[in-house]
Design a protein around this ligand. Structure first.
Ligand SMILES: Cc1cc2nc3c(=O)[nH]c(=O)nc-3n(C[C@H](O)[C@H](O)[C@H](O)COP(=O)(O)O)c2cc1C
Length: 332
């Protein structure tokens, strides 16, 4: 039987905390019989998404397979993900959130990798007899598992608060199921995590949890959440909630599902209906709702007849920047 493939991606510095943490988890996967691979995101040259949306338009119109028109090292990452059965990601916290490179990669992943877009085009194309090589890559629909690890130097978890929630931007378009999460803060108090036996043991457990997930006999067992954090959301297990404007309801910012809340014996609890849980963007229903609104609500070019005229004052308004001496701030 072919070995299960686990891809580790570190967004940190060379041989610093993220690298070591991902590698420890991968080593455990290898010991358990998996075929492992490792990528350091900063070793790849990946350009920002320009927002041209040619990837999605091409796929929806049947002219393309959902790829970016620009070819750079994102193709390496994309192909490695397609080959994988699981991914283990570790990202440093920069300014309380993910790194710029992490966000760049997320922008390049979605929406062209959104499985509700890809599957719809694949099914339509198959029904119309379009050859497989002209359709979205069927490996995109493979069930995959993930572990997310956020790392921050600061001594309080408030300084890494947005990193883990933001890391779901990598997994949700492709419907990769997150089965374990770890938030490691206070990293600056230890020269390197390799000297933190407790955290290294947790990384071994990340590896074990991933192996257990990808070798599960049924889907419920595969997607079972194995992290230590219960969270306020039963789907993503994060604690990032936003209150509605009237402050009577709240929603999980990772999943986008709306719920009510109460405080009993001083403990805050969110309550979600099944319908709202199924609207999570981590689930098919939430993604389908969004891809459907894009397909049905987004207006094509040419719908505002006098648009050129409306935009003209802005095209003519070009104040530019003030005269700037690049060396004035002392950066010489
Ligand atoms: C630009 C920048 C911003 C940072 N901002 C934060 C922050 O907001 N919170 C935090 O906990 N650590 C912050 N850090 C520290 C890093 O998260 C920390 O050094 C981490 O260990 C980096 O991961 P690595 O060791 O795998 O490279 C920042 C570091 C840099 C370079």
């Amino acid at each position: 039987m072919e070995k299960k493939k686990v891809l580790g991606i570190s967004f940190g510095r060379k041989m610093s905390n993220c690298d070591v943490m991902v590698k420890e988890a991968l080593m455990e996967c290898e010991r358990e019989g998996c075929d492992v691979a490792f990528i350091r995101a900063d070793d790849l040259e990946i350009n920002n998404c320009t927002g041209c949306i040619a990837c999605v338009i091409g796929m929806m119109s049947g002219r393309g397979r959902g790829y970016c028109v620009k070819h750079d090292d994102f193709d390496i990452l994309d192909e490695a993900i397609m080959q994988s059965d699981a991914v283990i990601l570790a990202c440093p916290t920069y300014e309380t959130s993910v790194t710029g490179r992490f966000k760049t990669i997320c922008d390049r992943i979605g929406p062209s990798h959104d499985i509700t877009f890809r599957k719809a085009r694949y099914d339509e194309g198959k029904a119309a007899g379009v050859p497989e090589e002209q359709l979205p890559d069927a490996r995109a629909f493979k069930k995959r598992s993930a572990a997310l690890i956020s790392v921050g130097g600061a001594m309080t978890e408030e300084w890494i608060a947005l990193t883990l929630p933001m890391m779901y931007e990598f997994t949700f378009p492709m419907a990769i199921d997150v089965v374990d999460t770890v938030e490691y803060y206070g990293a600056m108090a230890c020269e390197n995590v390799a000297g933190n036996p407790e955290m290294m043991k947790r990384m071994t457990r990340v590896g074990k949890n991933i192996v257990e997930s990808i070798n599960a006999n049924d889907e419920d067992e595969r997607i079972k959440y194995r992290g230590d954090e219960e969270g306020t959301c039963p789907i993503c297990h994060t604690r990032l909630i936003q209150f509605s404007h009237d402050k009577k309801t709240a929603s999980c910012l990772v999943c986008g599902n709306l719920g009510t809340f109460d405080i009993v014996d001083g403990k805050f609890t969110m309550h979600y209906t099944q319908e709202e849980l199924d609207r999570s963007r981590l689930r098919w229903g939430g993604k389908l709702e969004h891809s459907t609104e894009i397909k049905t609500q987004a207006q094509p070019a040419g719908t505002i007849k006098n648009l050129k005229e409306l935009k003209q004052p802005y095209a003519d308004f070009n104040p530019g920047v003030w005269p700037v001496d690049k060396n004035a701030c002392g950066n010489i």
